[in-house]
Each structure stands twice: as structure tokens, then as C-alpha cells.
Design a binder for this molecule. Structure first.
Ligand code: ADP
Ligand code: GN1
Ligand code: MG
Length: 354
């Protein structure tokens, strides 16, 4: 079905004048839908990857609860311009939170005008993003509805290692024999990297509602560099806060790209690291336990390691999960993440927070 026809199934206003692809995520497909009338909003149309988010109804209900709760908090704080400060779901004409066209699932959000997202940022933007993610966690700390895992075991390192080991054993794409050094690099860190799950089981670390995809390009900033809102809410679910801290550092504090072909470009930018941590702790310190703060630098290594394992597992499986743009893309991503991990390990002493 054409995207212009799809939009007719939603409770939108105005006349569609254009539909154009937007964003560079690895999972969903996004389109900016522009309307002709100046007094009508534009929209974001997204094709939901239902091979990954298998229960679309549960997914959309989660997002509805999360955005309604955040909206309530913003109103309580006396904020204005709230339609740009959290996502707004536009339901389908039948009242559902998505539309199924017989093949694909689609959803629509209000388009946030003037919002900018970046793949590379400055320390000032990192500080602002840190505050925003701390605030996000704090807003959701008392959400009354149950928020489900939209992808079971999503940031569970033990589970990700099980998937990796299964991929090595199956060797379905015949790629295992060529990469003994990557396999060794993953295995040698496995014990250390699963400590968060052990601490959770021992009752030493609480789960909180996390964003679980705190990539730098999931924050929208206004023209002045102030955060408008956090987007990409598919993975909001219970988790350990080290995850959200770590995934931002993995993406926002990398001097290179996530898939940089030139490993020399890759290192951790310590200014961005410190600025993000400062912003985050300003809004999150009040609810974090000392052990959670102590583990934040570990979180940066953990999420970089987790992404190494996830990209490499997908490579070994023959590229079935992440969108790839060329045949060895997942291998290149793996090597780039491993390089960032090594740099984070070397600068370990410089990452300690107070
Ligand atoms: P993906 O799963 O592909 O990463 P996102 O939900 O993050 O999809 O959307 C892709 C990009 O589109 C984001 O990085 C952001 O720049 C932009 N975006 C997302 N939602 C909105 C919105 N409601 N209004 C304006 N821009 C948006
Ligand atoms: C995916 O959709 P996107 O690009 O924001 C992935 C994240 C990974 C990220 C790696 C549902 O996020 O977990 O960290 O790619 N999302 C899912 O860039 O698997
Ligand atoms: Mg995204």
C-alpha cells in the first residue's frame, strides 16, 4: 500500500502534500508526512518492524502509557508547548493505536516541528541530553500502568551471550572460522560483563523504567540546543540504569561513527563523557542508589560490549536482524564497537564519577 493511502487510515487532519523518508534507524522505517494547510500539523509515519516487535498491540499500549504519563508530568510542572515535548500518538480511524495493511504494521505520531537530532554532538548538547534522560527516568519512576518488555531480555547480557554462543555453534553463514580473535575478545570479557545480571539476582541492583535505546540521535533538540524531547520509545521497559547511561556514551561520546571503517577515528571523547554524566546526575542523583552511580562507567563499557556481541551475532547469523548497507556491514560495525570498547578500557581511570 502507498504511504499516502496509508495515512488516510489515521485520525489526521489536513491534506497530504508529500511523504519523504526520514532518519537512519536500524529497525523501523520512518516518513515525514507534510500537509498543505499552515494550521494543520505534519506527521511522522512509521512502519513497525513486527519481526522484532512481535506484539504490536502491547508495544503501542506501552508507548501510550509512557507518553500520557510524561504529558501529565509536564502539565504539572507548568510547561508550555507540550506537543513538542513528548511524542503524541495519532490513533487509526478504528481507534486502534496502529494500522495493519495485511502485510505491515504502521503508526503515526505528530511531527515535532523544528526538532533536530544529531549523530555527533558537542559537550553542551551532551549535558542537555544527560539532563533529559535523567528527567525521563524520573518522570517514569511512578508510572501506575505496568510497562512490559517489548523485546524479552532485551538488555540482558547473559541472554545476548547465549545467542552469540548459539550463533557460533550453528555457524549458519559459514563465517565463524575467519574470526577467532573477535570470538576470543568476546569470551575473555564474558564473566565481567555479566555482573549486572548477577547483582540483580542477588538483590543488589534495582530495575527501573529505562528508555533502552538512548542513542544520541533519539534526542530532539531545538534551535538553541535545548532538549525538546526523547523519541524512539519502542524499547521503554524495566532495566538497569547503567544501560541507558552506557548506550548514550557508546553513541554520543564516540569520536568516530558507530560503523567507522577507519578505526583510528574511534575513541571516547572525555569532555562529552563528563558533560553527559554531569547533566544526568543533576536530574537522576536524587533517586539513584550509590551502587548505581558507581556502576555508570562500567555501563559505558557494558553497552559497547553488548553492541559488539549483538552486531557480531547478527553477522554470524547471516545478517537477519539489523538493516545493512553493504555485505560486511555488521562485521565493520563489530570491529568499530570493539575498538571503542578497548579505548574505554584503556581510559578506565578517567571515567570514574563522583
Ligand atoms: P528508528 O527506530 O528508525 O531509529 P526513530 O523513532 O528514532 O526511528 O525516528 C527516526 C528519526 O526521526 C529520529 O532520530 C528523529 O530525528 C526523527 N523523529 C522521530 N520521531 C519524530 C517526531 N515525532 N517528530 C519529528 N522527528 C521525529
Ligand atoms: C537499533 O532502531 P535503532 O537504530 O534506534 C537497536 C538498538 C541498538 C542500535 C544499534 C530494537 O536501534 O538496540 O543499540 O540499533 N534497536 C533494537 O545502533 O534492537
Ligand atoms: Mg531512533
Amino acid at each position: 500500500m502507498k504511504q499516502t493511502d496509508l495515512i488516510q487510515h489515521f485520525q489526521t487532519e489536513g491534506t497530504v502534500i508529500s511523504v519523504a523518508p526520514l532518519g537512519a534507524g536500524h529497525i523501523n522505517d520512518s516518513f515525514l508526512v507534510k500537509t498543505g494547510e499552515t494550521d494543520k500539523p505534519d506527521y511522522l509515519l512509521q512502519r513497525i518492524n513486527h519481526h522484532i516487535f512481535k506484539d504490536v498491540e502491547l508495544l503501542q499500549n506501552n508507548i501510550l502509557h509512557v507518553t500520557n504519563h510524561i504529558r501529565k508530568k509536564l502539565i504539572e510542572k507548568g510547561e508550555t508547548g507540550i506537543e513538542r515535548k513528548t511524542l503524541t500518538i495519532i490513533p487509526a480511524k478504528d481507534g486502534k493505536l496502529f494500522y495493519f495493511d495485511g502485510e505491515n504494521y504502521w503508526r503515526v505520531y505528530l511531527f515535532i516541528q523544528g526538532g533536530k537530532s544529531y549523530d555527533a554532538i558537542t559537550p553542551a548538547l551532551a549535558y542537555s541530553a544527560g539532563k533529559a534522560f535523567g528527567e525521563f527516568q524520573s518522570y517514569l519512576s511512578d508510572i501506575p500502568e505496568k510497562i512490559y518488555e517489548t523485546i524479552p531480555n532485551f538488555h540482558n547480557m547473559e541472554f545476548r551471550l547465549e545467542q552469540f554462543r548459539e550463533a557460533v555453534a550453528n555457524d549458519s553463514a559459514g563465517r565463524v572460522a575467519d574470526h577467532p580473535e573477535i570470538i576470543a575478545a568476546i569470551e575473555s570479557r564474558a564473566e565481567e560483563m555479566t555482573r549486572v545480571e548477577r547483582m540483580g539476582r542477588e538483590g543488589k541492583l534495582p530495575k527501573r523504567i529505562n528508555h533502552c535505546d538512548t542513542k544520541v540521535n533519539n534526542v530532539l533538540f531545538d534551535e538553541e540546543g535545548k532538549v525538546l524531547c526523547v523519541v524512539d520509545l519502542d524499547t521503554v521497559m524495566p532495566g538497569y540504569v547503567v544501560s541507558d547511561f552506557g548506550d548514550f556514551i557508546r553513541t554520543g561520546a564516540n569520536t568516530g561513527a558507530e560503523d567507522d571503517a577507519n578505526l583510528e577515528n574511534i575513541s571516547v571523547d572525555l569532555d562529552i563523557y563528563a558533560s553527559y554524566a554531569k547533566g544526568y546526575l543533576e536530574t537522576a542523583r536524587s533517586f539513584l542508589l550509590p551502587v548505581e552511580i558507581e556502576l555508570l562507567p562500567f555501563g559505558a563499557r557494558l553497552l559497547t560490549y553488548m553492541q559488539t556481541v549483538r552486531f557480531f551475532t547478527d553477522y554470524l547469523n547471516g545478517d537477519t536482524y539489523y538493516k545493512i548497507h553493504f555485505p560486511e556491514h555488521n562485521l565493520q560495525r563489530t570491529k568499530a564497537q570493539l575498538k571503542l570498547l578497548t579505548d574505554l578500557e584503556e581510559k578506565r581511570d578517567k571515567l570514574v564519577l563522583k
